[in-house]
Design a binder for this molecule. Structure first.
Ligand code: MTE
Length: 319
C-alpha cells in the first residue's frame, strides 16, 4: 500500500524551518530586549550615569579635522551617505536593532578615555585618547566595509595605522597575536547585562595582520570625531575582514603568544570564524557571501576576495 503523507495546516516544509543558529540569535535578542526594557523602564536607573555630555568636538580635535587624505586608500565607488551609515549600526552592547543603536549609544561616556597597550612588549603604556591624537600621524582613508550579513558600505575614516601605535610599545619577538577589548559598562550599555554572553567584546588579529598597513585605528569618520554608534572614541578597522572583526570603543590592546578567544567566535564558532577574511567562496550558514548589497543605494555587487584588498593582504595567507 502506498503511504501518502498529507500535510496539516500548521506544518511547514523542512527547508522553511528556522535554522537553529537563527533561533539562538532570536533567543539572544529576546533576552537582550527584556534586559533593555527592564533597564529603560527605570528599574535600575538609580545606578545609571547621565548620558555623555562631552562637547561634540574638542579644541584639539578642531585642529585635526579635516585630516589629509592618504591617496593610497581611495575607492572605486561613491561613499555611503553619512546619515545612512550613522543610522544602521551593529553594536551589540547597546542593541541588536540597528536603527536603535544611534540613540542608545549616546549613553556612552567618552572622556576621559584611555587605551592600555601591554602584554609581550618592552614598554607597556596606557595612553590617554587625547595624547594619542597629539602623538600619532592622523590621516583620512576611504575604505570599503563589508558585514558578514552581506551588506556593505564605503566610508571615510580618520585615524592612524595600528602598526604605528604598536611600535611605540616595542613588541617582543614572542608575540604572535593581538587581543583587543571593548569597555565593560553594563549600566551605560544595557546589552552587557546579558550575563550569559562573554562580555566584554574582544577581537584578535595575528601580529602580521596587525602590522599590515591596512589595519587602521579610527578616531573619526566623515571628517569629524567618531560618534558613539560608530565606536567612539577609538576603534579598529580591518577592511579585508568581515565587519565583526573591526572592534569598537577599544580600551585595551594586548600582545600575546596565542590566538585569543573572541566574543562572536566563542558564542558561535561556525558562524564567526577567527580569521574571517571576506571570501565569496566560503559559505556561511545564514548569508550567502557571493554578493553584497550597499546600504543606502541597494546596489548589489559581486563579493571580491579580501573585499578587494588582495594586493595588500593576500600574501599574509599564502600557503
Ligand atoms: N564592536 C563592538 N564592541 N560591538 C559590536 O557589536 N559589531 C561589529 C563591529 N564592531 C560590534 C563591534 C559589527 S558586526 C560590525 S558590521 C561593525 O562593527 C559595524 O560598524 P559600524 O556600525 O560603524 O558600521
Amino acid at each position: 500500500m502506498v503511504h501518502i503523507k498529507t500535510s496539516r495546516p500548521w506544518e511547514i516544509p523542512e527547508n522553511e524551518a528556522t535554522p537553529e543558529s537563527v533561533f539562538m540569535t532570536r533567543r539572544r535578542f529576546l533576552a537582550g530586549s527584556l534586559v533593555a526594557t527592564v533597564a529603560t523602564a527605570g528599574l535600575i536607573s538609580g545606578c545609571s550615569p547621565p548620558p555623555g555630555d562631552e562637547p561634540l568636538i574638542s579644541d584639539l580635535e578642531k585642529k585635526i579635522y579635516p585630516a589629509p587624505l592618504n591617496k593610497n586608500y581611495t575607492l572605486d565607488r561613491d561613499l555611503t551617505d553619512e546619515s545612512v551609515a550613522a543610522g544602521y549600526n551593529n553594536f551589540h552592547e547597546f542593541s541588536d536593532e540597528k536603527a536603535d543603536v544611534k540613540t542608545l549609544a549616546q549613553r556612552l561616556i567618552r572622556r576621559p578615555w584611555t587605551v592600555e597597550v601591554s602584554g609581550l612588549v618592552s614598554k607597556p603604556r596606557t595612553f590617554d585618547i587625547d595624547d594619542l591624537h597629539k602623538m600619532l600621524p592622523i590621516e583620512e582613508r576611504l575604505y570599503r566595509l563589508r558585514c558578514v550579513e552581506a551588506w556593505s558600505m564605503a566610508v571615510p575614516w580618520t585615524g592612524f595605522p595600528l602598526r604605528v601605535l604598536l611600535e611605540k610599545v616595542e613588541p617582543d619577538a614572542r608575540a604572535t597575536h593581538v587581543r583587543m577589548t571593548t569597555f565593560y559598562r553594563p549600566f551605560q550599555a544595557f546589552g552587557q547585562l546579558a550575563f550569559w554572553e562573554p562580555w566584554p567584546y574582544t577581537e584578535g588579529l595575528t601580529i602580521a595582520e596587525a602590522m599590515n598597513d591596512l589595519a587602521f585605528m579610527a578616531v573619526g569618520i566623515y571628517g569629524h570625531p567618531l560618534p558613539p554608534q560608530h565606536g567612539a572614541p577609538i576603534r579598529l578597522v580591518v577592511p579585508w575582514k568581515y565587519g565583526f572583526k573591526s572592534i569598537k570603543s577599544v580600551v585595551k590592546i594586548e600582545l600575546i603568544d596565542h590566538a585569543p578567544a573572541t566574543f562572536w567566535n566563542t558564542l558561535d564558532p561556525l558562524e564567526y570564524d577567527f580569521t574571517a577574511n571576506v571570501d565569496p567562496r566560503v559559505p556561511h550558514p545564514r548569508w550567502s557571501q557571493a554578493r553584497e548589497k550597499m546600504i543606502g543605494t541597494g546596489q548589489v555587487r559581486l563579493t571580491l576576495p579580501f573585499n578587494g584588498y588582495g594586493r595588500e593582504v593576500a600574501h599574509l595567507y599564502a600557503g
